[in-house]
Design a protein around this ligand. Structure first.
Ligand SMILES: CC(C)(COP(=O)(O)OP(=O)(O)OC[C@H]1O[C@@H](n2cnc3c(N)ncnc32)[C@H](O)[C@@H]1OP(=O)(O)O)[C@@H](O)C(=O)NCCC(=O)NCCS
Ligand SMILES: [Zn+2]
Length: 185
């Protein structure tokens, strides 16, 4: 199957939003995050989409270059990176159309993002992985060399409550477990 992974553009907005909702659940998409991923590349925020030769969106990824302090805020219980490292490449979202899982698209999106960060001299990576029985996001991260540091229960409980968001796997509020991952190149 043929596909390419390219920077996300405004014309992809509606398709990405729909895919995000389909794969994660009601109120899960954060439109300001999506707008940033399209427009604010220079601030280290970035989006990629995978498309086929008919320009259909098959998957997308969103990420950001963040200061170490922000990582510490997200996971207060863990000391993840050395104090002398400041810019961290955050692999925020990696999503593939359900009917097309297992074709290497998720892995490709991680690799493209890694290259993007590397070109910006970012070598320390961080990901919070949604551990769900059927979707294997841990398997994909581990395949490309990420290491799991810890698993945290009910990671999105408060956030989903605050945003009235429903998790596609477990409902409202989300009681899924997160895997905290890192990679250094
Ligand atoms: C997680 C997700 C992005 C993976 O995308 P994908 O395109 O299916 O993944 P890939 O085809 O690139 O798989 C890469 C590797 O992951 C592992 N993997 C993928 N599917 C697997 C399965 N069903 N069983 C076991 N391992 C699997 C394999 O090691 C695979 O490599 P291989 O095919 O060479 O053996 C996709 O399942 C998804 O969108 N899930 C819903 C959203 C989500 O939870 N995202 C993650 C949190 S943001
Ligand atoms: Zn959940």
């Amino acid at each position: 199957m043929e596909y390419i992974t390219i920077p996300m553009r405004q014309k992809h907005y509606d398709d990405v939003l729909k895919l995000w909702q389909d794969r994660m659940g009601r109120n899960y998409p954060d439109e300001s995050k999506l707008e940033d991923a399209i427009d604010k590349n220079k601030l280290g925020k970035s989006g990629f989409v995978t498309i086929n030769n008919q320009n259909e969106v098959l998957g997308f990824s969103i990420g950001e270059i963040i200061p170490r302090k922000k990582v510490e805020q997200m996971v207060p219980s863990l000391d993840i990176f050395d104090k002398n490292v400041d810019n961290i490449g955050f692999f925020d979202l990696n999503v593939v159309k359900k009917s097309l899982e297992g074709n290497g698209i998720g892995e490709k999106q991680i690799k493209v993002r890694e290259k993007y960060f590397k070109n910006k001299d970012v070598t320390h990576f961080f990901a919070i992985c949604w551990i769900r029985d059927k979707h294997h996001s841990e398997a994909v991260l581990e395949k490309v060399g990420f290491t799991c540091l810890r698993k945290i229960n009910n990671f999105w409980y408060k956030e989903t409550k605050k945003r009235n968001a429903e998790c596609i796997d477990c409902g409202y509020p989300c009681t899924c477990t997160a895997g905290i991952y890192k990679k250094i190149i």
